[in-house]
Design a protein around this ligand. Structure first.
Ligand code: SAM
Length: 394
């Protein structure tokens, strides 16, 4: 996600959104009331996906696109993503997709969490091949209807799935989906035990943190990933690991390209990252308190790519490449594609190039975002990882 800070304090929230957040808070309070406390993972799931209430499951604007909007006007939504920033992201990614489809002799693409449908639209336009079938699995009914509107022109080619396929051959893509999966929060205690963070209610009926002993499975998982480190808090994305693991059952041929912000495990659980990576996005303002504004703010965590690669290996998939978004896009031929632009047409050139710089700049999305390819050998090296493949760092 990318943000253009507009204010350095909390943004004003309109009354309709505040009312929506109050309804979501009531739902969460009922859930906590029944159980005393709920693990943060359940909180995050409900705050993002509770039908009609959760951030992704209701009508929030969510994704902002400033292609047609002056930055000074302020962006709609809460965050923006690479496909929304620039069509050159999809055009470049399409080269990788095309190679996977051709080399594996398949014609299907499956996109998870397709947002506004912009990535699908730009990929289908770039490939310009009516033999390609495009499947979308989207949890958010609201985003699904935005996608259906956006992709109406490709009606015979696009199909929405309600559940994971039983058998899929082709190219899977997921941009910023792993980071939107609910995480479990943990904290090492002074005496060396591991606590899981729950959400409870204080005497005033406000949301508050509650530490509970972590279960044996979580203790085992965390102790293999980092040493005991009193007061260190972080998160583990068990749901994303299970999702990748499940892919080993249904992906039968081809490659999955997973793009997200994150790091290998050594960096993820680095002693200096002692408060984890959980972040909230509210009207392009980034902060770290997930217990406020439920239902109207996004909650995300960076991705532990070592855990994702291990889950893939464990489920019988190969890890085919891992690199930064900048390296991936450059390897896929971003510069060749941009050569089609006329630098003499200064205004258009600047308009096209400036968001592309954001995609590849080390200080913006180029380095923080990574690309992980998992799946089956297609008989040739994957285009996006021909240089600076960093699998050895996982
Ligand atoms: C941050 S948005 C990214 C949207 C889009 N991919 C983009 O790059 O603009 C996260 C998306 O992932 C979806 N999502 C989260 N978990 C999912 C899952 N298990 N299966 C499918 N979609 C999921 C959300 O509903 C949402 O559409």
């Amino acid at each position: 996600m990318s943000h253009i800070p507009r204010k350095n304090h909390f943004p004003d929230i309109d009354p309709v959104s505040l009312e929506h957040s109050t309804h979501t808070a009531t739902h969460l309070k009922q859930l906590i009331g029944q159980q005393g406390s709920i693990p943060f993972q359940v909180w995050m799931h409900e705050a993002l996906y509770a039908p009609g209430l959760g951030y992704y499951a209701s009508g929030n604007t969510k994704l902002g696109n400033y292609q047609n909007q002056a930055i000074t006007q302020g962006l709609p939504g809460d965050f923006t993503t690479a496909p929304e920033l620039s069509p050159w992201f999809a055009r470049t990614l399409s080269r990788q997709i095309k190679q996977v489809l051709q080399a594996s002799g398949t014609t299907a693409i499956l996109e998870f969490g397709a947002g506004t449908g912009k990535l699908a639209y730009d990929i289908l336009s770039t490939l310009n091949n009516s033999d390609v079938k495009y499947f979308i699995l989207e949890l958010s009914a609201d985003l699904k209807s935005r996608q259906q509107e956006k992709l109406a022109g490709f009606n015979g080619q696009v199909q929405w799935l309600d559940a994971l396929p039983k058998h899929f051959e082709g190219c899977v893509i997921a941009n910023e989906v792993l980071d939107a999966m609910p995480v479990n929060l943990f904290e090492w205690q002074e005496e060396g035990s591991l606590a899981e963070k729950h959400v409870s209610l204080n005497e005033a009926g406000e949301f508050t943190w509650l530490k509970q002993p972590a279960n044996a499975a979580m203790v085992e998982k965390i102790t293999t990933r980092m040493p005991v480190f009193p007061a260190y808090a972080s998160e583990v994305n068990l749901q994303a690991e299970a999702w990748i693991h499940e892919m080993g059952n249904w992906l039968k041929k081809g490659v999955a390209i997973l793009i997200d912000y994150g790091f290998p495990q050594k960096e993820y659980y680095h002693p200096q990252r002692s408060q984890g990576t959980l972040m909230c996005h509210l009207r392009h303002h980034t902060h770290d308190n997930p217990l406020i504004y439920p239902g109207i703010q996004d909650i995300t965590a960076h991705v532990d790519f070592t855990a994702m690669a291990d889950a893939a290996l464990d489920s019988g998939l190969e890890v085919l490449g891992y690199t930064s978004q900048a390296n991936f896009l450059l390897n896929c031929g971003l510069m060749d594609l941009l050569a089609a632009l006329d630098p003499q047409d200064v205004a258009r050139y600047a308009k096209e190039i400036s968001p592309v710089q954001k995609l590849v700049s080390e200080a913006e999305m180029g380095e923080l975002f990574k690309v992980l390819a998992i799946g089956f050998d297609i008989g040739e090296d994957l285009l996006g990882f021909t240089r600076a493949d960093r699998r050895h760092t996982l």
